[in-house]
Design a protein around this ligand. Structure first.
Ligand code: FES
Length: 109
């Protein structure tokens, strides 16, 4: 599912640089990552077999997250599946900061 509106999911300071965490936006469980001061958000559930990406490994140099179950990789900005067995792209979200709040929303809205 995709978000249809902006949702505050965390506070600035909840997440260190070069780190990631799971956040929720209504029913959606989303991986929020910060790399080089930029925030990125994609679905937290691996499209291969439902691994929880927040339990995986952040490869900050390539803007990728590695799934903890079978080592599939996803690009944090686009959600693109980069390394098999991940084949189906993850939904990617837009992220913005307003005051103290980190918000995620639809990429195209
Ligand atoms: S569940 Fe993520 S690579 Fe298999």
């Amino acid at each position: 599912m995709a978000l249809t509106e902006w949702v505050a999911v965390a506070k600035v300071g909840d997440l260190d640089d070069n780190d990631m965490m799971m956040v929720t936006a209504g029913p959606e469980e989303i991986l929020l990552a910060q790399v080089g001061g930029q925030y990125y958000a994609i679905d937290n559930w691996c499209t291969h077999a439902g691994g929880m990406l927040d339990q995986g490994i952040l490869h900050a140099q390539n803007l990728e997250v590695e799934c903890p179950l079978h080592e599939g990789y996803f690009h944090l900005e686009s959600g693109a599946a980069r390394v098999p067995p991940a084949e189906e792209d993850a939904i990617a979200y837009a992220v913005k900061v307003e005051g103290d709040d980190i918000l995620v929303g639809p990429k195209d809205g």
